[in-house]
Ligand binder design. Structure first.
Ligand code: IPM
Ligand code: MN
Length: 355
């Protein structure tokens, strides 16, 4: 009998529904080819959830995610909901979801496809061969720290990390490094922040469990500069929530477009798989979004959540082949293109390349 998995689907807002549609086409095809059955459980989150239920993270979604083998997520947010109180905004729904699922480890690979070396705003020789894994702590730090408050004459947030939080994310980074080039660069701001010195001291302790891995440290401002100056020096970047948010956006442009980069958020239980880009309200509904980041996230889901390595590789290979054959979406379109595809055409191209 075919293996069967239950996948939670959160389409979200903006381009979310379009890119998820393409991702599901691809998942269905790979399921047929590899004899795996997928059952989809659609759930609401973000702006669409606010419109339908009044809150960004409805209780059905809260309960629903726990009974899935993995959750695939599109994107959330948009100008329509920007003026709501903070706790009712779509973004708060996503943060609450991550926290609820305990997905403390956010893996954001920044890989440059050979076919797209000319699509980057940086010189081809700088980006060719870049293969970085950003390991971003996702459920702590300044995003979640208490106290936080907006007052009339000042406002504040708190950047806090506990020992356990740093230890577990550090272990994730070292474990990943063991399967790669065995180099971890921990990024912090230890020259200014106590919380960063604490982070650094604990990372040094955990590194002793992994003597084969080389550990270096970098201040976050320098890391931002080094990512642009010489990105090939990095293998695994280990960092906290807000620094990882910023650095992964910067790293995405090495690849040519933020529309290419997937992510996996793993941790205590069910994992969450999502493109790193946002809901792109300016192009929502136009059918021109790049679905490859979401399709790549499906590949990560198959690999990390379900252990379906062959199916995962089939998707990665199809993406590479599509780029090799000159299929491009508008965001990467001007370079070596045979055909500029819309969102759904790109989905079809990938589906047809999976055999
Ligand atoms: C991301 C996004 C989110 C974040 C927002 C939408 C809350 O930018 O996933 O990188 O800051 O984590
Ligand atoms: Mn971000």
């Amino acid at each position: 009998m075919a293996k069967s998995y239950k996948i939670g689907i959160i389409r979200g807002d903006g381009i979310g529904p379009e890119i998820i549609t393409e991702a599901l086409k691809v998942l269905d095809k790979v399921g047929t080819v590899c004899d795996i059955a997928f059952e989809y459980n659609e759930m609401l989150l973000g702006g669409f959830a606010i419109d339908a239920t009044g809150v960004p993270f409805p209780s059905e979604t809260k309960e629903g995610v726990n009974s899935c083998d993995a959750v695939l997520f599109g994107a959330i947010g948009g100008p329509k909901w920007d003026n709501l109180e903070r706790h009712l905004r779509p973004e708060s729904g996503l943060l609450a979801l991550r926290s609820h699922m305990g997905t403390f480890a956010n893996l954001r690979p920044a890989v440059v496809y050979d076919e797209l070396v000319n699509a980057s705003t940086l010189k081809a020789e700088v980006v060719q061969g870049v293969d970085i894994m950003v390991v971003r702590e996702l459920t702590g730090g300044i995003y979640f720290g208490q106290p936080r408050e907006y007052l009339s004459d000042r406002a504040y947030n708190t950047m806090v990390y506990t020992k356990v939080e740093v230890e577990r994310i550090a272990r994730v980074a070292f474990e990943i490094a063991m399967k790669r080039d065995k180099r971890v660069c921990s990024v912090d701001k230890a020259n200014v922040l106590e919380v960063s010195q604490f982070w650094r001291d604990i990372v040094i302790e955990i590194a002793k469990e992994y003597p084969q891995v080389e550990l270096t440290h970098m201040y976050v401002d320098n890391a931002a500069m080094q990512l642009i100056r010489n990105p090939k020096q990095f293998d695994v970047i280990l960092t906290g929530n807000i620094f990882g948010d910023i650095l992964s956006d910067a790293a995405s442009m090495l690849s040519g477009s933020i529309g290419l980069l997937p992510s996996a958020s793993t941790g205590e239980g069910v994992g969450l798989y999502e493109p790193i880009h946002g809901s792109a309200p300016d192009i929502a509904g136009m059918g021109i979004a790049n679905p490859l980041a979401t399709i790549s996230s499906v590949a990560m889901m198959l690999k990390y959540a379900l252990g379906e390595i062959e199916a995962s590789q089939k998707i990665d290979n199809a993406i590479k082949q599509a780029l090799k054959e000159g299929y491009r979406t508008g965001d990467i379109g001007a370079y070596d293109a045979k055909e500029i595809c819309n969102c759904s055409k790109m989905g079809d191209v990938i589906v047809n390349l999976i055999n």
